[in-house]
Design a binder for this molecule. Sequence first.
Ligand code: G3P
Length: 195
Amino acid sequence: LPIALAAAIIGYLFGSIPFGLILTRAAGLGDVRSIGSGNIGATNVLRTGNRMLAAATLLLDALKASAAAWVVGYFLGEEAAIIAGFFAFIGHLFPVWIGFKGGKGVATYIGTLLGVAPIMVVLFAAVWLAVAFTTRYSSLSALVAMLVIPVALWILGNEKVAAVMAIMTLISYWKHKANISRLMGGTESKIGAKG
Ligand code: G3P
């Protein structure tokens, strides 16, 4: 248990760094939470019009979870790495530093995947890009990709990681509830739109 607890705390500390907020503030773009969807993620950072910053947000929000899994995995083993990756995701969604109002977890989901089942990132990217190119919805692309990943992991026999990713998918779906109702109402903003 002490190992699991250490993994969870380290994971949370990595995950709770709100890079989207930090980068947009550092760039003098104000508070990203006051524009677009109000989210701190890369999709909303893109609504500032700064693509480099959006890409950096995606990369850093992803890599913080991978880093947590890699560091914890190196010292405490494979199961601890999964716990760290999971809690990095939780840290991103519920960061204590900004009133527990974090992001929706798509980049961090990819980062956890990179840490614990790296080959699956290719599948995530392929599904995300396929849906994004056809629909231009960032949220829908992520929602579909996050459905495919646990199923694929389960089919490949990686049941433990499949279960953890499935829980993350459920939590992220809940965080996307406003996006889901906008998608159903036809009012979700498309990639590149200022929304
Ligand atoms: O990465 C989150 C994405 O799925 C939706 O972001 O800002 O459009 O709510 P946003």
